[in-house]
Design a protein around this ligand. Structure first.
Ligand SMILES: [Ca+2]
Ligand SMILES: [Ca+2]
Length: 221
């Protein structure tokens, strides 16, 4: 009976803050602490960090005398770089790591043809350009139960996020690259799941009430 009462009271509260801009940028996001009654306990707190990127250009230009091939990544990243509350998981790692939204591709460029250092020529056969499209990624994790108390009470807490461009290539030397930046938007969400269990005296009063109701019904019958 007590579990039925508990289940009926279980609930969640969710908060989401959005951010956007052209990386690199930093934003401070403000969340409300949750003011639970004394007979409530937190089951878990989930954190979700999401990022979308769009646009931009990535240029590779082989200026070496031999062909070059390899792979590249192009997009954006976001991570939490500071907060008023501990944002660690059960093994004390950051609850969400680095979220990387981007495109992974490969390149095969011929030996240098007709250009030199500093011109970042995308013209084939020794150069290429990748035009960025929409890319998304997210990560989620659960907060260490030892620090639930930091999320409770009145007032607010701040979380600082940092978004950066993401462009890398590997597998070749003698290449020069140029970037037109992606634009980015994303969100940070906290979900708190908690149960509120009435005091033992309240449960006894509830049972007493049900008993009295039964008694009344019998009398009416
Ligand atoms: Ca070249
Ligand atoms: Ca060049």
């Amino acid at each position: 009976m007590a579990f039925a009462v508990t289940g009926a009271w279980a609930t969640q509260v969710s908060q989401t803050k959005k951010f956007s801009g052209v990386p690199d940028f930093e934003k401070t996001l403000t969340f409300g602490k949750v003011n639970l009654c004394p007979d409530c306990t937190v089951n878990w707190i989930k954190v979700i960090l999401a990022l979308n990127v769009n646009g931009g250009q990535y240029i590779l230009d082989n200026d070496a005398d031999s062909p070059a091939s390899g792979s590249f990544n192009f997009g954006g990243k976001v991570q939490i770089i500071g907060s008023d509350v501990a944002m660690i998981d059960a093994v004390f790692n950051p609850v969400v790591g680095i979220v990387q939204a981007g495109h992974s591709g490969s390149f095969n460029l011929q030996a240098n043809v007709g250009d030199g250092p500093g011109d970042y020529s995308p013209d084939p056969p020794d150069g290429m350009v990748y035009n960025g499209g929409v890319e998304s990624d997210s990560k989620e994790g659960l907060i260490n139960s030892e620090v639930f108390g930091q999320y409770l009470g009145v007032g607010t807490f701040d979380v600082k996020i940092q978004s950066t461009q993401w462009s890398t290539y590997s597998g070749a030397s003698g290449i020069e690259y140029a970037v037109n930046p992606v634009s980015a938007d994303g969100s940070l969400t906290f979900i708190m799941d908690y149960d509120c269990i009435p005091e033992p005296s309240s449960i006894m009063a509830l049972f007493a009430g049900i008993g009295a109701l039964g008694l009344i019904r019998r009398r009416k019958a």
